[in-house]
Design a binder for this molecule. Structure first.
Ligand code: UDP
Length: 480
């Protein structure tokens, strides 16, 4: 039962692992700061986060409620249970998925009006453009959670304001993002999909923008030291309240929490740790491209050849393995599992990422630079090899490699379609992979700098730290 003075956050996580995972941590942090939270999601997603929520409730007097509502996947031609973007079988079906989320939204809205307890604030996931209307009807503030960092959000805001992004999605011609303290050139090809002016994206992009313009504020999973000044710049340019409250993954200190981040691991934490225990400190590269990043066969093999040609051991997380042809699977078995098993640990599915990154043997992370992976790497003090694939990842790479200097780039300049549904070409060569890995693993500077940031990350969430105080201000801002 809600006390009259307790602020109650209604959270609507966008149905993608990169959103569901940090938003679950945000809920736990709010509960730790004595707020009440209700998360509304679908049955499949609720099952993924329930164990974590249950443990958090045991520790914080049951402040988080989890509500799951029916998701109409089959009604729009998706397989049953396809309730998260990482379960969508192929690129064209992504549009069906958006359709289903719209139908789902109607149910959520009905639930909020008819059955939800008194609400103080709505935190709406990126695609829930209607969340702000519901908040208006209830007379409460609405915050958006994009999952992006402050730098990427600031760049996006500049692009909107200057209309500099109105270039074809296919354009490889770099243009300057104006208004930054340094020169940053980016091409249409490297911009997030919702900027692209194609027919399908235009409507989604316009809806998203009107949502961004209507909200009362922006929640950012980041911390002051990581992106100094950018949250303020974003606040000024957008005219919205900005609260940086991360890195939220730092609340996962228990092994079970590290393991169960949004999915059951394919190779258990215990086995990963055991394998890593046999390696020297900073001698392993962790290779993973987020919850949905995968490659078509030629690029996949080229990456594998690069890993083999480097001198280091590696944990390689492979998604969509069922899409690879038989001959690639045979090659994988012969060259990794048979010949190089002491040097390579393959995880064909979901990996316990935080547990792996936290192990002292891991000295580098070859990553697509999704924002959660970036923060998790920083929080673990692991420098990165940056291989962006899509969304705002090319913006993140600029921050990681040129501004913070905690990583080395493989030189990827071309966005890939979602889930590797792309022509079977090679854009990053084996030599580029080897060069970047060797440079990072043999270098000291990136490692030193990221170790300093790791300390600052922990401090941000401790009592009196910047993110801790921002969480308190957020709660005060919405308090009834
Ligand atoms: N993740 C994980 N195991 C995996 C793949 C991903 O635990 O095998 C987690 C990862 O720790 C991060 C999230 O999923 O919290 C991925 O978010 P990110 O922003 O890095 O990438 P996205 O999946 O959104 O592209």
């Amino acid at each position: 039962k809600l006390q009259a003075e307790t602020p109650h956050f209604l959270i609507l996580p966008w149905l993608a692992p990169g959103h569901l995972i940090p938003i679950t941590d945000i809920a736990r942090l709010l509960a730790k700061h004595s707020a009440a939270v209700t998360i509304i999601t679908t049955p499949v997603n609720a099952a993924r986060i329930k164990p974590t929520i249950d443990r958090s409730n045991a520790a914080t007097a049951g402040n988080i409620s989890l509500v799951s509502l029916y998701f109409p996947a089959t009604e729009v031609g998706l397989p049953e249970g396809c309730e998260n973007i990482d379960l969508v079988p192929s690129m064209p079906l992504v549009y069906n998925f958006y359709e289903a989320t719209k139908l789902f939204s109607q149910q959520v809205s009905r639930y909020i009006h008819e059955r939800a307890p008194r609400v103080s604030c709505i935190i709406g996931g990126m695609g829930y453009v209607w969340a702000v209307d519901v908040a208006r009807e209830l007379g409460v503030p609405c915050f958006i959670f994009h999952g992006f960092g402050s730098f990427a959000l600031y760049c996006s805001e500049i692009l909107h304001k200057t209309k500099a992004h109105e270039v074809p999605a296919s354009s490889a011609e770099p243009f300057i993002i104006p208004g930054l303290p340094f020169e940053f050139k980016i091409a249409g090809k490297e911009l997030p999909m919702h900027f692209h002016q194609s027919k399908e994206n235009k409507e989604v992009g316009e809806e998203m923008r009107s949502y961004e313009l209507a909200v009362d504020g922006i929640l950012v999973n980041s911390f002051e030291h990581l992106e100094p000044g950018y949250a303020d710049l974003l606040q000024k340019l957008s005219g919205k309240k900005v609260f940086t409250i991360g890195p939220v993954s730092v609340c996962n200190t228990k092994m079970l929490d590290m393991e169960e981040r949004g999915n059951k691991p394919t190779v258990g934490t215990h086995r990963c740790i055991q394998w890593l225990d046999s390696k020297k400190p900073n001698s392993v590269v962790y290779v993973s491209f987020g919850s949905t990043g995968s490659f078509a066969p030629k690029q996949f093999k080229e990456l594998g050849l690069g890993l083999l040609a480097s001198q280091w051991s590696f944990v390689w997380v492979i998604k969509d393995i069922e899409k690879l042809p038989e001959e690639t699977l045979i090659w994988l078995r012969e060259n990794f599992e048979d010949k190089n098993s002491s040097r390579s640990l393959l995880i064909k599915g979901w990996a316990p990422q935080i547990a792996i990154l936290s192990h002292p043997a891991v000295g580098g992370f070859l990553t697509h630079c999704g924002w959660n992976s970036t923060l998790e790497s920083v929080a673990a003090g692991v420098p990165v090899v940056a291989w962006p694939l899509y969304s705002e990842q090319f913006l993140n790479v600029k921050l990681i490699v040129d501004v913070l200097k905690i990583g080395v780039s493989v030189g990827a300049r071309e966005a890939m379609a979602f889930r590797g549904d792309k022509e079977d070409g090679i854009s990053v060569r084996k030599e580029d992979v080897v060069k970047a890995i060797e440079k990072l693993m043999n270098g000291e500077e990136e490692r030193k700098r990221v170790a300093q940031l790791k300390e600052k990350a922990e401090m941000a969430l401790e009592k009196g730290g910047s993110s801790f105080l921002n969480l308190e201000s957020l709660i005060q801002f919405v308090a009834p």
